[in-house]
Design a binder for this molecule. Structure first.
Ligand code: HEC
Length: 475
C-alpha cells in the first residue's frame, strides 16, 4: 500500500517537472514578485493604464474581461514579448527584463490568477507553453456564478448526448433542380408561409465569387424548382431568413470584388428592397459588418444580425436595428464566459421573443432577450451551426462540427447531427445522426443550416455533402 502511494507521487512529480506549468492557473509567479511588479507598474505604466489597470483613452485595459478575451488562448510568452517590445509606449524596452517579468506577475495577479512557488521567467522563450486561459480549465465555459445559475439545464435535460431516438427518414434527393444545375454547399434554408422552400446555395460549388448562377432558389412543397435569382450579387451565401411578409433576408459573409459583408431584404418576386452594411467593406461598426453570418427579423420588425465568423479575431456580436434599419445597439464580446460569444453562427426566436444564438465555437446555444440580456445557456443541443424554432416552439439545432480530437470542433462525447427538442424546456427529444463516414477527419459534415415547415418536415443545408436533405417521420 505504502509502496503504491509512493510510486504515484513519484510519477506525478516527474510529470510536473517535465512538463512545466501549462496555464496561468498553475501558479506561475510569486506574491513577492507581484509586489515588486506593482511598484514598477506604478512608476512606468500607471500614467496611461490607470491604477485599476482598466486603461485610459487609447491605452487599452491590461486587466478585466476585454483584456482577457483578447489574450485568451495566447501564451504568457507572447504577452511578455508584446509588452517589452512596445511598452512603455514612449520608450519601448526601456526597463530591464526583471521589471517586465515583475509587472507581468502583477498583471496576472490583478486578473485573478493564483500565485505559486516559482517566479515568472524573464525570457519569453520559457513562457510560450504557459497559456492565458481566461477561465479555470475545470470550468472552461462559464464564470463560476453563471455556471451555477445555468448548470441545471444541461444536467437535467441531457441525460446522455446522442442517446435520443431518431424517428425521421432522410431524403437527400428531394429537390429537383433545373437541368445542368447542381446544388452547391449551403448553410441557408427557409420555408415561407406557403410551404415553399428557399435555398441560398453557393452557386453549385462553395463560393459565388465570379459565378453567373442564381444562388437564391425557390422550390414548392414537393421539391419542384420554381425560380431563382441573385446572380452576381453575392460572394459567400451564409444566412437566410423569411419574415412574416414572406420577404427573403440574406446574409453574404465574405468580402471580395467590392461586394459582400452585407445583409439584404428581397421580396418574394426577387426584387431587392434594401441592404444593410456597406458593400465590400468588412468592419465592425454601427453600419458595417465584419462577417455577417445570419439575419433574423422579429415580429415587431426589429432586425438582428449575428456578426463574426472567425474565432480569435474580429467581432462576435449581435447587432440590432429597428424596423427602419436604424442601428439600435450591439452586444457580445469574444470569449467563453457567460454573455460572451465566439462565432455567433445562426439565430432563431421563440414565441416569447427570446433570441437564440448558435454560439458555435463555445459549443452552446445562448438565449438573450431582445435588449441583449443573457437569459440562459444550453449545451445539451451540441455544437450549433444552425438553429431554428417553429411556431410550436420546437427547437431544431444542426451540429456539423463536433469532434473528439482537440483543435477545431473539439466537443468530446458529442456526435454531429440534428437535435430536436423544446425551446421552452430545453429538453432534447430526437437526434438524427450525420452519416458522413469520416466525420472526425472533416471540419464540417452534415447540415449547417436548418429549418422546418412546422408540419413535420425538417430541411438541413449541407456544406460538405453539397445537398439539402429533407427529414420526415414515415407515415
Ligand atoms: C504613454 C502611455 C502608455 C504607457 C506609459 C504605457 N502604455 Fe501600454 N499601451 C498604451 C497604448 C496607447 C496601448 C494601445 C496601443 C497598442 O496596443 O500599442 C497600450 C497597450 C498595451 C498593452 C496591450 C493590451 C492589449 O490588450 O493588446 C499592454 C499589455 C500594455 N500596454 C502594457 C503596458 C505596460 C506593462 C506598461 C508599463 C511598462 C505600459 N503599457 C505603459 C499606452 C501606454
Amino acid at each position: 500500500m505504502a509502496l503504491a502511494i509512493g510510486a504515484g507521487v513519484f510519477v506525478a512529480g516527474q510529470l510536473r517537472a517535465q512538463d512545466g506549468p501549462k496555464s496561468v492557473w498553475d501558479g506561475v509567479y510569486t506574491e513577492a514578485q507581484a509586489e515588486r511588479g506593482k511598484a514598477a507598474y506604478t512608476q512606468s505604466c500607471v500614467f496611461c493604464h490607470g491604477p485599476d489597470l482598466a486603461g485610459t483613452g487609447e491605452a487599452k485595459p491590461v486587466a478585466g474581461p476585454e483584456f482577457l478575451s483578447s489574450w485568451n488562448g495566447l501564451s504568457v510568452g507572447e504577452l511578455l514579448d508584446r509588452t517589452r517590445t512596445t511598452m512603455p509606449q514612449q520608450q519601448p524596452a526601456s526597463l530591464d527584463r526583471a521589471a517586465y517579468a515583475d509587472i507581468l506577475a502583477y498583471m496576472l495577479k490583478f486578473n485573478g490568477f493564483p500565485a505559486g512557488q516559482t517566479e515568472l521567467a524573464q525570457r519569453s522563450e520559457f513562457l510560450t507553453g504557459v497559456r492565458i486561459d481566461a477561465f479555470k480549465p475545470e470550468a472552461p465555459k462559464l464564470a463560476a456564478s453563471a455556471a451555477d445559475a445555468f448548470a441545471h439545464d444541461a444536467a437535467e435535460n441531457a441525460p446522455a448526448p446522442n442517446s435520443q431516438p431518431n424517428p425521421y427518414a432522410t431524403d437527400t434527393g428531394f429537390f429537383k433542380l433545373p437541368v445542368g444545375r447542381t446544388m452547391g454547399s449551403s448553410s441557408a434554408v427557409g420555408v415561407d408561409s406557403k410551404g415553399h422552400v428557399w435555398v441560398f446555395d453557393r452557386c453549385g460549388v462553395n463560393s459565388c465569387a465570379g459565378s453567373k448562377l442564381d444562388p437564391v432558389m425557390e422550390f414548392d412543397a414537393k421539391g419542384n424548382f420554381l425560380k431563382a435569382f441573385g446572380a452576381g450579387l453575392f460572394n459567400f451565401p451564409h444566412g437566410l431568413f423569411i419574415d412574416a411578409k414572406d420577404h427573403v433576408w440574406l446574409a453574404d459573409n465574405r468580402v471580395e470584388g467590392g461586394k459582400g459583408a452585407q445583409v439584404f431584404e428581397f421580396d418574394a418576386t426577387g426584387k431587392r428592397l434594401r441592404a444593410l452594411g456597406k458593400a465590400g467593406i468588412s468592419a465592425e461598426g454601427p453600419d458595417t459588418f465584419a462577417e455577417p453570418n445570419a439575419v433574423l427579423v422579429a415580429p415587431n420588425g426589429a432586425i438582428f444580425v449575428a456578426d463574426g465568423h472567425s474565432s480569435g479575431k474580429g467581432p462576435a456580436r449581435i447587432v440590432k436595428f429597428d424596423a427602419s434599419g436604424r442601428f439600435v445597439k450591439a452586444w457580445g464580446v469574444r470569449g467563453p464566459g457567460a454573455g460572451q460569444l465566439e462565432v455567433p453562427h445562426a439565430l432563431a426566436m421563440d414565441s416569447k421573443g427570446r433570441l437564440f444564438v448558435a454560439d458555435r465555437w463555445n459549443n452552446r446555444v445562448v438565449i438573450f432577450n431582445q435588449d441583449g440580456k443573457l437569459l440562459d445557456i444550453w449545451s445539451q443541443f451540441g455544437r450549433p451551426s444552425g438553429v431554428f424554432i417553429d411556431r410550436n416552439d420546437v427547437l431544431y439545432v444542426a451540429d456539423s462540427e463536433s469532434r473528439e480530437a482537440t483543435g477545431y470542433g473539439h466537443n468530446p462525447g458529442w456526435k454531429r447531427g440534428l437535435r430536436i427538442g423544446s425551446a421552452r424546456t430545453g429538453k432534447v427529444e430526437a437526434f438524427i445522426p450525420d452519416t458522413a463516414a469520416d466525420a472526425e477527419q472533416q471540419a464540417t459534415s452534415g447540415a449547417e443550416g436548418i429549418t422546418a415547415d412546422g408540419r413535420g418536415a425538417i430541411y438541413g443545408a449541407q456544406v460538405l455533402q453539397k445537398a439539402v436533405a429533407r427529414y420526415a417521420k414515415p407515415p
